[in-house]
Design a protein around this ligand. Structure first.
Ligand SMILES: [Zn+2]
Length: 414
């Protein structure tokens, strides 16, 4: 015992840092130097506990601050577990206050490589603080965190480049965003079959920057349409398919939430943004060019069904302003097919028809029906868990939904 005593004392001294310069543990860093990253105030609650708030984005009038998107990388974790609290979800929508869109269902996503994402475990919702709290496991030096799995503008451009190498696709640049990023439209069809008897399908995504899940739906659809699957070959032989993967690339790249770089909402103003009015080309080229491209193509060969992809937190539904019986029959057929043959899991039982005279905002993309009889449907898919999946949707779930929906659109259009 006597011999051991000095050793024990030495151990105690070393643990206390006496007799050697203890290396200082470097602080955890919050890094936003990557595409799509965004964070507002970060409060340091302790060495390994932080409170994070989304930055939010307002429109050109200083209204409608939306607080959904946040994405940040944590560096210098040095094997430490960290607890993160996320709050600050109040905002405004259609000029009305939103009191925290988040709730007990909400689980952000994490990644070890910035590529593959999983929902955080042990997320707990504090209803009083309107705050989600979770602890990230120790181990990694770096972890990425985000609202939902990001889908950068660069990935959409790479997808379009890849599509352009297919013999079945043609890529067109229809214009540029406020900050000069290309707006790319992909046309997919079987060039060996005359276009005259084909149906025409239009699919578009990312009017709103935060709605990254919709990009995976569109990617799944586009990849399937170009694939060697026999169903895809029949799809190309019977249809002209237009894909517009990235309508708001500036805001996606800059980690913004909803509006374009001038503060205009790409899914509003569709009744005002006249393609002959140059002012709209300056304010919102993302609307101006897309609308012009759509109207030109619709005049050449009418679009039979168009799908505008969006995300919500907990609602999932299909909505249109169309009021023609034949068109509504086609859309209702699509609704039924999607309900029975895909993971589409609507929170409203039927296709929502909101005539131009009533219902929600009248100036969305759906207004293109009123102006030019383009049979446009809004598809909102939820980011939270649904009844069919009975869990949070994964990246693969969204790709799969896209593969299924494009075939069902063509089936409903026949
Ligand atoms: Zn949206």
């Amino acid at each position: 015992m006597r011999r051991l005593a000095p050793l024990i004392l030495l151990t105690v001294f070393l643990r206390a840092g006496i007799g050697a310069a203890a290396p200082a543990t470097p602080p955890v860093l919050f890094n936003t130097a990557w595409e799509g990253a965004s964070v507002g105030l970060v409060e340091v609650l302790g060495e390994t506990e932080f409170r994070v708030r989304p930055r939010g984005q307002q429109d050109a009038r200083g209204r409608n601050r939306q607080t959904t998107w946040w994405a940040v990388r944590m560096d210098q974790l040095e094997g430490r577990a960290v607890t993160v609290r996320v709050t600050g979800f109040d905002g405004e929508y259609n000029d009305r206050p939103v009191i925290s869109w988040a709730g007990a269902w909400y689980r952000p996503v994490m990644s070890r490589d910035g590529e593959r994402w999983t929902h955080v475990e042990n997320a707990a919702w504090d209803a009083e603080r309107k705050e989600v709290r979770f602890t990230l496991p120790a181990g990694a030096a770096t972890l990425w965190l985000a609202h939902i799995p990001p889908y950068p503008a660069g990935r959409a451009h790479a997808l379009v480049d890849e599509a352009g190498r297919s013999p079945h696709a043609r890529v067109e640049e229809i214009g540029r965003s406020v900050l000069g990023r290309p707006l790319q439209l992909v046309r997919v069809t079987d060039g060996g079959v005359p276009d005259a008897g084909k149906r025409v399908i239009w699919m578009q995504a990312r009017q709103h920057a935060w709605e990254a899940d919709t990009s995976r739906i569109l990617e799944g659809a586009l990849r399937f349409a170009l694939s060697g699957d026999p169903v895809a070959a029949r799809l190309r032989a019977g249809n002209v398919l237009w894909f517009l993967p990235m309508i708001n690339p500036d805001s996606v790249a800059r980690g913004e939430v909803r509006f374009n770089a001038n503060g205009f909402d790409p899914n509003r103003h569709w009744d005002e943004a006249d393609p002959r009015d140059e002012r709209w080309r300056v304010r919102a080229p993302e609307i101006w060019h897309v609308k012009r491209a759509m109207l030109e193509r619709h005049a050449r060969q009418p679009i039979d069904l168009a799908l505008n992809l969006h995300n919500t937190e907990t609602g999932e539904y299909l909505e249109t302003m169309a009021d023609d019986d034949a068109v509504l029959a086609r859309m209702t057929r699509f609704h039924e097919l999607a309900l029975t043959r895909s993971t589409f899991d609507p929170s409203r039982p039927k296709l929502a028809v909101t005539p131009a005279g009533g219902g929600g905002p009248r100036n969305t993309t759906n207004a293109i029906w009123v102006e030019a009889r383009v049979p446009m449907m809004l598809l909102e898919t939820r980011i939270g868990p649904g009844r069919k999946l009975a869990r949070d949707p994964t990246e693969e779930d969204r790709l799969e939904l896209g593969r299924t929906l494009v075939a069902l659109l063509a089936e409903a259009a026949r």
